[in-house]
Design a protein around this ligand. Structure first.
Ligand code: PHE
Length: 450
């Protein structure tokens, strides 16, 4: 482990919050959240989602940053330095990041394709019915875009232009925020059934939860989405926390990160659901949701093309900052733990992920009928990471804090930089009992349900 040397620091808490928010805010908020909420019943999903953000998401970010700042080491080294028996918790995270990026990059490729479509042939093309399905079913084009996306991330990680990306995110994240508000306002004012979309998203219809299996299903979807969206269970916040100074307030920052991420997800929901209802789309359409509704929204607004191009470029950057964090997690494992050269580690891991991604991409076309545990390959990767590896990584993390490092030590770290931490009892109960029990119950229920 050579992490201890040359350890930089974030110059400000603001820089840290931005970097952490940059990793958190990505396709999870803009693409996945609306479609998962749509598939899982809207309002009822939202209730579970918000509760899990509060009782699991924020405490987990607090814990991960505390581990990082305490040890001043990145994920695997951090676990190992406190208790070598828990090194595996870091390894789960690396494996998980590996599989996420392999399919994340496929979606990143779709975003690139949409930028070029809006740029060259206009919104009407992308808004045409069936456009998305026929594009993704093509055996070559989406694969090429996926490879371009992965190559872009690889180059960035290779050259380590992190400063550029960091500076860039300071402009791009706020810009994305402004644009998504504009799109949401447009979507909300489409008339017709638009308001039905808002009701769908925010008014829970509990009559949907008429069997334990359905409750478990919505809960498992919501928990997976909270972990995915906040990048939890992969030790990303451990690494970021390790760059933090002792005077930063970990508790406050965790709430801000959780809050910003949730805000962007809600805005994405508000940009999409009203349009889904106004144009008569299907809220449970799945992964195609934003690729079909957003072009329709842009098609219906003045200067739609211009907004569309800018919007998808920003989505691309949001996706790229998350993808880069994922690639960095995986390659730094090979660099730090196995002593590989950065170039070798980055190029070889990215190539293997790219190859896996090719099959994920083809599962929308030529490999549509090839299934693994009853799922197409893309869906399988998403299931494996959201429902299995992320919960396992998160479970390992809270058990580690609860029983190995001990909540008292974590609370001592959390107290630094904010003049105390009074909720020790609550925090300890959460990490030792509530969080592990919830994660286990939902995890098992999800497995049985499948
Ligand atoms: N949180 C990111 C998103 O919402 C995805 C991600 C997961 C990034 C895990 C890094 C680690 O898109």
């Amino acid at each position: 482990m050579k992490e201890k040397s040359k350890r930089g620091n974030f110059t400000s808490s603001f820089g840290f919050v931005l970097a952490a928010a940059g990793s958190a805010i990505g396709l999870g908020n803009l693409w996945k959240f609306p479609y998962i909420a749509g598939e899982s019943g809207g309002g009822v999903f939202m209730v579970f989602y918000l509760v899990f953000i509060l009782i699991l998401g924020v405490p987990f970010i607090m814990s991960e940053t505390a581990i990082g700042r305490k040890t001043q080491l990145s994920t695997i080294g951090a676990y190992r330095s406190i208790n070598p028996k828990w090194t595996f918790a870091g390894i789960i995270g690396v494996v998980c990041a590996f599989f996420i990026l392999s399919y994340y990059s496929v979606v990143g490729g779709w975003i690139l394709k949409y930028i070029t479509v809006f740029f060259t042939s206009g919104h009407t093309t992308a808004a045409a019915p069936g456009y998305f399905a026929s594009f993704t079913a093509n055996p070559v084009e989406p694969v090429v875009w996926h490879l371009v996306f992965m190559a872009f991330c690889t180059v960035v990680v290779l050259f380590g232009v992190e400063k550029g990306i960091e500076k860039g995110s300071k402009i791009m994240l706020p810009a994305l925020f402004v644009l998504i508000v504009i799109v949401a306002v447009r979507s909300l004012t489409l008339g017709g059934n638009a308001m039905e979309g808002v009701k769908f998203l925010f008014i829970p219809d509990f009559s949907q939860l008429d069997s334990p299996a359905k409750v478990a299903n919505v809960a498992v979807q919501a928990m997976g989405q909270v972990f995915f969206s906040l990048s939890i269970g992969m030790g990303i916040s451990i690494t970021y926390g390790s760059y933090l100074k002792k005077d930063s307030n970990l508790v406050k920052n965790s709430f801000i990160i959780g809050g910003l991420d949730t805000l962007v997800a809600l805005l994405a929901g508000l940009a999409i659901m009203p349009a889904v209802f106004a144009f008569g789309f299907e809220p449970a359409a799945g992964p195609s949701l934003i690729f079909e509704t957003l072009p329709a929204v842009f098609d219906s607004m003045p200067l739609g093309n211009l907004f569309a191009v800018i919007f998808f470029i920003l989505v691309f950057f949001a996706a790229a900052t998350s993808a880069i964090a994922l690639l960095e997690v995986v390659s730094s494992f090979f660099i730090d733990s196995l002593g590989w050269k950065r170039s070798v580690a980055t190029i070889s891991t990215a190539s293997v992920m790219a190859l896996i991604g090719v099959f994920a991409s083809l599962s929308f076309g030529p490999l549509k009928d090839a299934t693994l545990f009853g799922m197409g390959f893309f869906d399988f990767l998403s299931y494996l990471t959201d429902k299995i590896l992320m919960p396992l990584g998160a479970l390992a993390m809270c058990l580690f804090v609860g029983y190995s490092w001990k909540p008292k030590s974590a609370a001592e770290e959390l107290a630094i930089g904010r003049g105390g931490f009074r909720a020790v009892g609550l925090y300890s109960a959460l990490m030792r009992f509530v969080a592990p029990a919830l994660v286990i119950i939902i995890f098992v229920a999800g497995l049985i349900n499948k």
